[in-house]
Design a protein around this ligand. Sequence first.
Ligand SMILES: Cc1cc2nc3c(=O)[nH]c(=O)nc-3n(C[C@H](O)[C@H](O)[C@H](O)COP(=O)(O)OP(=O)(O)OC[C@H]3O[C@@H](n4cnc5c(N)ncnc54)[C@H](O)[C@@H]3O)c2cc1C
Length: 412
Amino acid sequence: MSAAPKSVAIIGANLAGGWAADTLRQKGFEGEIILIGEEPDPPYERPPLSKDLLLHPDEMPKTLFLHDLDYYAQQRIELRLGVRASRIDLRGKRVELADGGHVNADRIMLCTGGAARSLPVPGADLPQVHCLRSLADSRAIAAGLAPGKSVVVVGGGVIGLEVAASAARKGCAVSVLEAAPALMSRVVTPEIGQFLLQCHRAEGVDIRPGEGIAAILGESGVQAVDTGSGARIDADIVVLGVGIDPADDLARQAGIATDNGIIVDAHCRTSVAEVYAAGDVANQPNPYLGGRVRLENVQNAQNQGAAAAEAILGSTTAFEELPYFWTDQFDLNVQAAGDTRHAEQAITRGALESHAFSVFYLTQGKVQGVLTVNQPKDMAHGRRMIMRHLCPDPAALADPDSDLRQIVKAAS
Ligand SMILES: Cc1cc2nc3c(=O)[nH]c(=O)nc-3n(C[C@H](O)[C@H](O)[C@H](O)COP(=O)(O)OP(=O)(O)OC[C@H]3O[C@@H](n4cnc5c(N)ncnc54)[C@H](O)[C@@H]3O)c2cc1C
């Protein structure tokens, strides 16, 4: 058993890292906490970057930053911002920084998240082609959105569709290219993808499933996009929403096991003793999805960061996260928990046309996933059903007038 740590270095100063640092202090850790971040800002929430901040870039949401700078000083959390950790020396328990400095620590936590993917197509380096991950990216995109501008979004996943909705709301002519036949296919069924497609089309977004991108055309600036099938779409700005790659390079260089992110166990421990990982970069066994998974959402980043901190302090409780995310597109608030793609049976509660419905996903009678559209209250009941492995009465579930609380009670 190794000695209790006197210092913890957290690499990656955003949601997972910020929550980990906070949790260490809140749980009574008195030693040194050093939070190292490549971005210039202290930890912040990314969800507004594709929503409110694209619509109103001058109105900084009050809750954007986890805490103000004074808080970190009060909590004796040392912030090393605007500097990249360039190497981990495992033997010397030392994190080397790109500015020539270094940090020694008894425990190291990797919360390095992910980097937005670019695309290997001609023109991807033109100045009006953007990815969206950081506050700076969001500001750059917002500067290009104005009534009458043509926007091509590549990728019909969560981020792409949120950007499309925001751009359309700003009066832009928006096209979305999605190489897969359905939208948001990594997280929802083709039926829900189809529902979202119809909603976007009804708002005037030109959605093109099954269509890729061959090139971005223009000399010194973007003029058009050449699609995979040879069509040409005029464009003033292109946003690539084609996913992220986990930022696991530091771990790999240090010889820590990686495979689509940093491999961790149920206690957020990596393959190397006294090195932990959490957030978008961590690939962890998940009891709800069966097998390993790298989740990319706020709830996981916060809770897993906190769980890793508790593990450092000696907690032996396994971290078991029910996967959950939300997205806002036009007037739709979509929330999803558990496995919403692979169930035997989907029970819809309410009419899709009403834009207020829920879908319960059952396998062998047991609820394994729930998706709500503008029905956030149903989510709490659905989560309960999944976590308690309940087999509710399908007919009652399908009846929008039935009381979900009673259904949970009856099935418990
Ligand atoms: C535009 C956008 C909208 C989103 N909307 C939603 C939403 O509505 N709902 C939802 O659930 N989730 C949403 N997400 C996802 C959510 O924001 C992420 O899951 C969450 O930010 C992950 O937190 P993290 O700390 O693990 O990683 P990140 O937020 O990626 O933070 C990692 C940090 O580590 C830094 N870093 C990386 N390498 C180094 C290094 N070597 N040295 C120093 N620093 C380093 C990075 O610069 C970064 O600041 C959204 C994401 C984006 C981009």
